[in-house]
Ligand binder design. Structure first.
Ligand SMILES: *Cc1c(COP(=O)(O)O)cnc(C)c1O
Length: 456
């Protein structure tokens, strides 16, 4: 597919410049090459409030080079060694690779990107230009996506318990697809948006997932019939069924069980006179690949055939992947701002303090049950990105965020070479449920994002 994206982001071939500059506001796009400007100006004009006029540069360089340049800039600006802020590198090429991977393995299933996992404006724009749909959970997520020029038919408002004013907003904007899992929600929708296209979210087994969502959402199977009867009595338009196996699902068979349940719900619906035409298989797809862990391919190999076996081709099948698209695309670099030596009999241990933490981008440790791993980025001006050589000179240490709270620990026990204030660490696979949930507790600002495209 020769996409706008390729011209927007992957413009190297047509440009001698190593960067593509775009403004986040499509209406005032300025670019360093013609191809990119065509793509960007082809996006509908925006009066977005969430996007600023600030220029965004997409570097057609390696992640390593962009980090090197950034650190060099800090030196050049004669900052104190510990003064630079933590920063992310977001690789739009990696997001694009995940898109290609999806199309290769689950061609029938249309992804609706779950905005909550990472509402980064460039990611959303890229996925919009690739024709994806979006799963939004609130008014402002819907606003952001609509402002990006996405047609309301490409949005599913996938929050089963919605604030009345948000439903009214969805109605005004013709964002018709929305989920429900209880009768009270049906009465609310009947009043506020009777023409909505409703999707019944059923409860599935999420015991194999890192973040279980079934505690909060999902209609148990025994409630499916009464709920659908209520919808029928209210004259509401239920168009299909959705589920979510839980975020960070570690067992591909959870998807299979869920598809079987969805089929049962379809049959109950048909018996009541509904003509369901939409199956939404939700999110939960793995993000970054970890050794011996579940992979997207494993899930696809189970989910694809299960869907085909139980749902005829006239049923439209969508999904709501979040983590899958963004987890591996973002790396965060943190500077060491403090070190404490813990003296011990045989070997000293060290505690390092870095400039982003649990209350910031690393909230994923707490909220998303992620494990994060520090790697050495630079030490005494020397650069170690991607260096896998075993260093015998490593010491036991722990890594801490900058706030005054002791919960702010990023790595309790790890081994690193001896670091000093001004050295840097990097942490990969930090794209999902990180920046978006960062707070500014204790007066620390959110880390900025530099963009690269490594897809050529
Ligand atoms: C969070 C969420 C998603 C995305 O989940 P991932 O595990 O990131 O894929 C999708 N749909 C709904 C309804 C969600 O709440």
């Amino acid at each position: 597919m020769h996409t706008e994206l390729e011209t927007m982001v992957y413009s190297k071939a047509s440009s001698a410049a190593s960067t593509t500059t775009a403004t986040t506001a499509a209406a005032t796009a300025t670019t360093t090459n013609a191809a990119a400007s065509i793509a960007i100006s082809s996006l509908p004009k925006s009066t977005s409030t969430t996007m600023s006029e600030q220029e965004v540069t997409i570097h057609n360089l390696s992640i390593e080079q962009v980090i090197k340049d950034k650190l060099a800039l800090m030196v050049q600006e004669k900052m104190d060694p510990d003064q630079g802020s933590a920063f992310f590198v977001g690789d739009l090429g990696e997001v694009y690779r995940q898109h290609l991977r999806w199309k290769a393995h689950l061609p029938r299933i249309e992804p609706f990107f779950a905005v909550k996992s990472n509402p980064d404006p460039m990611v959303v724009r890229l996925l919009a230009s690739l024709g994806l749909g979006f799963d939004c959970a609130s008014k402002s997520e819907i606003q952001q996506v609509l402002n990006g020029g996405v047609d309301p038919s490409r949005i599913i408002y996938a929050n089963p318990c919605k604030q009345a004013s948000f439903i009214r907003y969805a109605s005004q904007q013709s964002v018709a697809k929305m989920t429900f899992d209880n009768a009270e929600e049906l009465y609310k929708i009947k009043k506020l948006y009777p023409k909505a296209e409703l999707v019944l979210r059923i409860l599935t087994d999420d015991s194999k997932s890192l973040c279980q969502l079934g505690l909060k959402f999902g209609a148990p199977m025994q409630t499916v019939e009464p709920l659908l009867k209520t919808a029928k009595e209210l004259g509401l338009n239920v168009i299909g069924v959705s589920f979510h196996v839980g975020s960070g699902c570690l067992d591909e068979h959870a998807f299979e069980d869920a598809v079987v349940r969805a089929r049962e719900a379809f049959d109950i619906g048909h018996a009541l006179g509904f003509e369901f035409s939409l199956l939404d298989v939700g999110g939960g797809f793995p993000g970054a690949d970890v050794q011996d862990g579940i992979t997207f391919e494993k899930v696809a190999a189970v989910l694809g055939p299960a869907v085909d076996a139980l749902f005829p081709p006239n049923v439209r099948v969508i999904a709501e992947p979040g983590r899958y698209f963004v987890a591996s695309a973002f790396t965060i670099c943190t500077g060491v701002i403090g070190r404490r030596t813990v003296e011990a009999d045989n070997a000293n241990k060290y505690m390092y303090y870095v400039n982003d933490g649990m209350y910031g981008s690393f909230n994923c440790i707490l909220f998303d049950h992620q494990q994060v791993y520090p790697k050495i980025l630079s030490r005494d001006g020397q650069f170690y990105y991607g260096d896998t050589t075993d260093d015998n000179n490593q010491f036991e240490c722990s890594v801490w965020g900058p706030t005054c709270d002791s919960i702010d620990c990023l790595a309790k026990e790890t081994r690193l070479p001896l670091l000093d204030v001004g050295d840097w660490l990097y942490w990969e696979n930090m794209g999902a449920y990180t920046i978006c949930a960062a707070s500014q507790f204790n007066g620390f600002r959110k880390s900025e994002v530099l963009y690269v495209n490594t897809f050529h």
